[in-house]
Design a protein around this ligand. Structure first.
Ligand code: UD1
Length: 340
């Protein structure tokens, strides 16, 4: 079956392309390369042992999106990653976030309707839960007001798909995967996270600091109401997250899948504090990390982690990697990238 992967040159997208190809899917990758590099295509090709079909396209441009989809009308599924993902940037450029994240989604669903493509997997995020106190979060945990325009675009994206699914005329069946915190890199060391400029996320900041590209990591806050005072997240290995997309696609085509719209948490169910991540990194890398305690970062919440039972039972998925695998593979990738 042919699958269009939008944003497939990005961090999660590239790992998902590899898992899809390994599972026997035929992949078409669409990306505008606004937050990724053309080199990623060669790297994906090296991992899977063949060239990947690629179309450079900005999917927030409705004509360009329709044109790109028209060249692959035999595709049956779309995995839609293409979106902006920085929380602070979304606060400074909300208009861009709504235009790109919502515009692209609507253009993709419009083309899917037009060309009768039945299956859609949407990249959502645990950010849709807002600053919830109901932990661990279940899919049924109510969404609270979003902490950022980025978070709002994910909530809106889910609402759009839910509303589409309740329209009798719509033939699209969709699944929203609520990602927790993806980290780590492919075991080959060929693909991994490569943020533009100064990393906003914890793991690339850690590895770039250890590699000597950043002077010091700031731990944002040690006065949260958590076991060691630093914020707690549910880190998930990017390869485990990628495999959840394959499982979701397999499931949607099976007899078991009856609903036209479903949401699933994709996390390990384990919360780790920032200090625990640092300790894991030091253990697996053998490097001493230069860090200091700094004030809290605006918009951060104290603690969130998943209840992933429903995902495990329904789509037959489970996480294989632990925190040490995540920090170890992130470091292996950084070292390879920098020739260390
Ligand atoms: C948030 C969103 C996530 C979204 C991601 C996109 C929530 C709960 N999570 O992740 O859904 O996909 O942004 O970027 O809204 N930290 C430091 N120092 C640093 C960087 C981070 O201490 O230099 C801390 C943060 O305060 C946080 C943890 O590390 O406690 C993880 O931060 P980060 O990797 O940026 O991800 P989230 O903000 O959790």
């Amino acid at each position: 079956m042919k699958v269009i992967v939008t944003g497939g040159a990005g961090y999660i997208g590239s790992h998902t392309v590899v898992e899809l190809v390994n599972a026997g899917y035929d992949v078409v990758l669409m990306d505008d390369l606004s937050n990724s590099s053309i080199d990623m295509l060669d790297k994906i090709g090296d991992v899977i042992g063949k060239k990947i079909c690629f179309i450079k396209v900005d999917l927030s441009d409705s004509d360009a999106c329709a044109k790109a989809f028209k060249t692959h009308v035999d595709a049956k599924a779309v995995i839609h990653f293409a979106a902006f993902k920085s929380v602070p940037e979304s606060i400074s450029k909300p208009n861009e976030y709504y235009r790109n994240n919502i515009g692209s989604l609507l253009n993709v669903t419009t083309s899917m309707e037009k060309y009768d493509m039945p299956y859609l997997v949407f990249s959502s995020s645990c950010t849709v839960y807002g600053d919830t106190k109901e932990l661990p979060v279940k899919e049924s945990t109510p969404m609270l007001p979003p902490n950022s325009p980025y978070g709002h675009t994910k909530q809106l994206g889910e609402h759009i798909l839910k509303n589409l699914s309740s329209t009798l005329a719509s033939k699209i069946k969709s699944i929203a995967l609520r990602y927790f915190n993806p980290v780590g890199a492919h075991p080959s060391g060929m693909i991994g996270e490569l943020p533009n400029g100064v990393p906003g996320n914890l793991m690339p900041f850690i590895t770039q600091t250890a590699a000597g590209f950043r002077q010091q990591l700031s731990v944002f806050g040690d006065d949260y109401n958590t076991p060691d005072g630093t914020a707690v997240r549910d880190y998930i290995h990017v390869v485990d997250l990628a495999s959840a997309h394959v499982k979701a696609l397999d499931y949607m085509q099976s007899e078991k899948s009856k609903e036209k719209y479903q949401v699933f948490n994709v996390g390990t169910g384990n919360g780790s504090s920032v200090l625990e991540v640092i300790q894991s990194f030091e253990r697996t890398s053998g490097e001493k990390l230069n860090y200091k305690i700094a004030p809290r970062r605006e918009g951060d919440i104290a603690m969130i982690y998943a209840d992933a039972k429903y995902t495990m039972e329904t789509i037959n998925w489970s996480a294989k990697y632990n925190l040490d695998d995540m920090t170890g593979s992130a470091w292996a990738w950084e070292k390879k990238l920098r020739g260390l």
